[in-house]
Unconditional design. Structure first.
Length: 431
């Protein structure tokens, strides 16, 4: 008799384990939009949505530290990945039984904690199971599978939103999470040798994918002296490259936190259906996936500074125009405008900026202080995103969505001004 586990085994175990990520990517795709809509369905306000996202982002910072150190401590990949997926399934299924906003906040924070566990082990597995000559293709495959999964998940949200009870959406998502856990047990084999987390920083594509999944990563906990070194550079030499770069990235993530936190509530307040709101996220994700496919060739044809600046300017204009639309339009007219502008901002503009700024960050990580530099960068990113989410809920509640979105656009304009102060940096050689 052939067991189910034998049937599930891939022909090429060295590379096919990445497809175990597909079900969990489908499961995570609609979660953020689901949580916001569920809070609003429970008669919550944009302030409640902002606080939920603030807690999610705040938890992601210590979670990145905890799971990073756990990965180095246990030197095992599969148990952490499987535990993460099963814990995500358990957390998702609990949403069915929660009928309070505080309960949703608690579960969403718990989801932030458990979902971040698998990011570092999966990135290391690619380098530990693939020859170095195939690392780039391995990360590309991993990224492709994850993007396809998120897209399918959002498509499920579109199909589900207006026809079935929203709170039951987590049931198929939990089942998919369990599927990824089972596939990981069957397909992932512990490598014969393991890398420390420092290897992620030494390989640009690895750092690129790790920060795309979770934009905070800590090789070690940054000390006050590390922050003072950066702040001292800002005080005495404002045009110093690393400090100005980090400050521009800080403004970028602050703007992203402000805008993204209020987008779903603004669509909900414009009398759009839940399926239509999921559709906005879906179209943005499809355009983003396609944009990342061409981001590399795009920045190769121009300087990193020009690519980053172009992305910031386009995103800033789109944010401001969505703010104006939120003031002038409602219903299907607002939906149509958002379906054009949001994919430009979240897709084309984000991919151009992310690809270029990622290389510039990589260039700042000197070998003698990689851990402290990445720690300071991650702390800034995490705090900026969290602060942006917190500000967004209250700003939208008291001043309206147009003010919030235009303010986010102005933050991006400030990021663009700072980026324009940089010298055109040299690209790093391919890994």
């Amino acid at each position: 008799m052939v067991s189910v586990l034998e049937v599930l085994k891939p022909k090429d175990e060295r590379i096919s384990w990445v497809y175990a990520v597909l079900p969990i990517s489908i499961a995570t795709g609609p979660v953020g939009t689901f949580v916001q809509l569920y809070i609003l369905e429970l008669q919550g306000t944009v302030v409640d949505v902002g606080l939920a996202i603030t807690l999610f982002n705040a938890v992601s910072i210590p979670a990145a530290m905890i799971w990073g150190f756990a990965t180095d401590r246990f030197q095992k990949r599969r148990p952490i990945v499987v535990a993460s997926y099963l814990a995500m399934a358990g957390t998702l299924i609990l949403f069915i039984f929660v009928r309070t906003i505080h309960g949703v906040d608690l579960l969403y924070s718990l989801f932030s904690l458990v979902s971040s566990a698998a990011a570092t082990p999966l990135n290391l597995l690619i380098m530990e199971t693939e020859p170095k000559s195939r690392w780039t293709s391995g990360f590309a495959r991993f990224s492709m599978v994850s993007s396809i999964g998120v897209t399918v998940g959002l498509l499920l949200g579109v199909a589900w939103g207006d026809f079935l009870p929203l709170h039951l959406l987590v049931a198929p998502l939990a089942i998919l999470s369990v599927m990824s856990g089972v596939l990981s047990i069957v397909w992932i084999r512990e490598p014969s040798f393991v890398f420390e987390r420092e290897m992620i920083v030494m390989v640009r594509r690895s750092l690129y994918e790790r920060l795309l999944v979770l934009p905070v990563a800590f090789l070690k906990i940054p000390r006050m002296i590390d922050f003072r070194r950066v702040l001292k550079g800002l005080k005495y030499e404002l045009t110093r490259e690393t400090q100005v770069l980090y400050l521009s990235i800080l403004a970028f993530y602050l703007a992203s936190g402000i805008f993204n936190t209020s987008l779903v509530p603004s669509l909900y307040g414009a009398n759009l259906s839940k399926s239509q709101i999921f559709l906005v996220s879906l179209v943005g994700m499809v355009v983003q996936t396609a944009s990342f496919r061409f981001a590399g060739p795009y920045i190769e044809k121009r300087s990193l500074k020009d690519a980053a600046l172009g992305g910031l300017v386009l995103r800033s204009i789109c944010y401001a125009l969505i703010g104006i639309s939120a003031y002038l339009l409602t219903g299907l007219l607002y939906l149509g405008t958002t379906l054009v502008l949001y994919p430009l901002a979240a897709g084309i503009a984000y991919a151009a900026y992310y690809a270029a700024s990622n290389v510039m960050v990589f260039n700042t990580l000197g070998r003698s202080s990689q851990g402290s530099a990445l720690g300071v960068y991650s702390a800034f990113v995490g705090l900026a995103t969290t602060l942006g989410s917190f500000i967004s809920g209250y700003m939208s509640f008291y001043f309206g969505f147009p003010v919030t979105f235009i303010s986010a656009g102005l933050c991006l304009a400030a990021a663009a001004a700072l980026t324009s102060m940089l010298a055109a940096p040299t690209k790093v050689e391919p890994d």
